[in-house]
Design a binder for this molecule. Structure first.
Ligand code: PMP
Length: 478
């Protein structure tokens, strides 16, 4: 209670929300895929601090590398030349295809996306930026403009200078209010009020959210097997033709939406979006904050699963296994346009962060974590799909590797989102049985499963048993 008092008093609980608010978890220690609370209760961590603890809590190899650097050098700023920065940049670049070789290190994903936005506008000379409905690209004032979910927005300007607090577009819940299913090609400008039209940051286009849209052809498990791609691509083209300006600066896309609820694109959809963006002079940015570093299993980067090469890649979360870090990687040509001024970031590429991130890359490789993601992730998806076939309220199971979403519905015919109270009841029950997972989706209707990539098949079985039991318990009481 004392800890909760402090939280209430000093950490505004209205904005800094506690998950499991009914009975909060007081976490105290972690090792690999496990967490312990202050009373010594153990939890299987199936959320990894929001897809961030990539190789495991306090992984011995990463801890050893961190300790070594801790005793050597903490900080200089990147105006000096020091080995960890240069060793890391060379190593990270080796994981990216040509011509993505110029690296800027930041401290978070939002910062990386802010920087990418600035570079894209400088390079193209254009202003408008396209993102998809359901996207999350950050909480800093600029990146917030790219994020589509109204729950993260505030009644001022989306951080962009529209001073009209009555502007209908900047209030919370704007996107939550209209269901994509009703209007699949709806286009929403960031701000459409008289004062704001000059200052909008991005145009959120409503991409087809497969499960809720697709009544006739349900794509189960893998979008790659969906036969109805042409229909979506046609609609994407129409959206661009009718609602997107002829000149744009950039398109930001997550290869699989994270906060949006593991939403995947139909086959070739992202490829077509890249083509349409480039036709309008824009550059294509892959936000790999959640999908990077092997999480999707089949590839090291999410974009590689879409047969595209972006002009810029932004990353964070898994890059440092929990150490604050992010990066933007781009081409020499785009970097050259950015050379008009100085860019400075005190902590970006800090020796500690670089040493941690370097050992994270080594650990992913040495411990075969990407392969493990694919192996355990595929098993989880197969088993979850079986539960979906049993329970009326499990609408969809989707994702790739260890980036999995389970969309909960009231019933499979109407596909209405399972209401928040029901989601919470299941969520808390899972926690009480010793497993932590996440929640997401525009209506908070999707459970998110993104464990550290070191989880085993036994862990997967334990999680599946708990998940099954929690749904069963809920159905019993309903
Ligand atoms: N992009 C994506 C895809 C994310 O999921 C997030 C964080 N949830 C961000 C950007 C922002 O990263 P950060 O919280 O490190 O600023």
């Amino acid at each position: 209670e004392h800890m909760m008092d402090i939280r209430r008093q000093y950490c505004n609980p209205m904005t800094m929300k506690v998950t499991y608010y009914k009975k909060p978890v007081f976490l105290h220690q972690g090792y690999m895929q496990w967490l312990w609370d202050v009373d010594g209760k153990r939890y299987l961590d199936m959320f990894a601090g929001v897809a961030t603890v990539s190789v495991g809590h306090c992984h011995p190899k990463v801890t050893a590398a961190t300790e070594q650097q801790l005793k050597k050098l903490w900080h200089t700023t990147n105006i000096y030349v020091y080995p960890p920065l240069h060793e890391y940049c060379e190593k990270l670049a080796s994981y990216l295809p040509d011509p993505l070789k110029v690296i800027y290190l930041t401290n978070s994903g939002s910062e990386a996306n802010d920087l990418a936005m600035l570079m894209a506008r400088l390079h193209t000379g254009n202003f408008d930026i396209i993102t998809f409905r359901g996207s999350y690209h950050g909480g800093s004032p600029q990146a917030l403009g790219l994020t589509s979910d109204g729950a993260y927005k505030y009644p001022i300007a989306n951080g962009l200078g529209c001073t009209n607090t009555m502007c209908p577009d900047v209030f919370r819940g704007l996107w939550g209010g209209s269901h994509c299913r009703d209007s699949p090609v709806q286009t929403i400008r960031e701000c459409s009020c008289a004062q704001g039209t000059q200052t909008h940051a991005s145009i959120v286009i409503c991409f087809l959210y497969i499960y809720t849209i697709q009544m006739a052809f349900l794509c189960l498990i893998s979008i790659d097997h969906c036969m109805a791609n042409e229909q979506y691509i046609k609609q994407l083209k129409e959206t661009f033709a009718t609602s997107v300006p002829t000149r744009i600066a950039a398109f930001f896309g997550e290869p699989i939406q994270g906060v949006g609820g593991a939403v995947q694109y139909p086959k070739n959809y992202l490829k077509e979006a890249y083509k349409l963006v480039r036709e309008r002079g824009g550059i294509c940015i892959s936000d790999e904050v959640q999908t990077g570093f092997g999480r999707t299993g089949s590839h090291f980067w999410g974009f590689q699963g879409h047969d595209v090469i972006p002009d810029m890649v932004t990353m964070a979360k898994g890059i440092g296994n929990g150490f604050p870090m992010g990066a933007v990687v781009t081409t020499p040509e785009i970097a050259a346009s950015f050379a008009k001024g100085i860019h400075f970031n005190t902590f970006g590429g800090n020796p500690m962060a670089c040493a941690v991130a370097s050992s994270v890359l080594d650990t992913i490789k040495e411990d075969g974590m990407q392969q493990n993601s694919l192996h355990v992730g595929t098993y989880l998806m197969t088993e979850l799909a079986k539960l979906r076939d049993i329970y009326e309220i499990i609408g969809d199971v989707r994702g790739k590797g260890l980036q999995i979403g389970v969309e909960m519905v009231t019933d499979k015919v109407n596909r209405d989102p399972l209401p928040p109270e029901a989601m919470s009841a299941i969520f808390e029950d899972i926690k009480d049985m010793g497993v932590l997972i996440g929640k997401g989706g525009l209506f908070g209707q999707t459970f998110r499963i993104k464990p550290p990539m070191c989880i085993t098949m036994e862990d997967a079985d334990f999680f599946l048993a708990v998940f099954n039991k929690s749904i069963y318990n809920y159905m019993e009481k309903r």
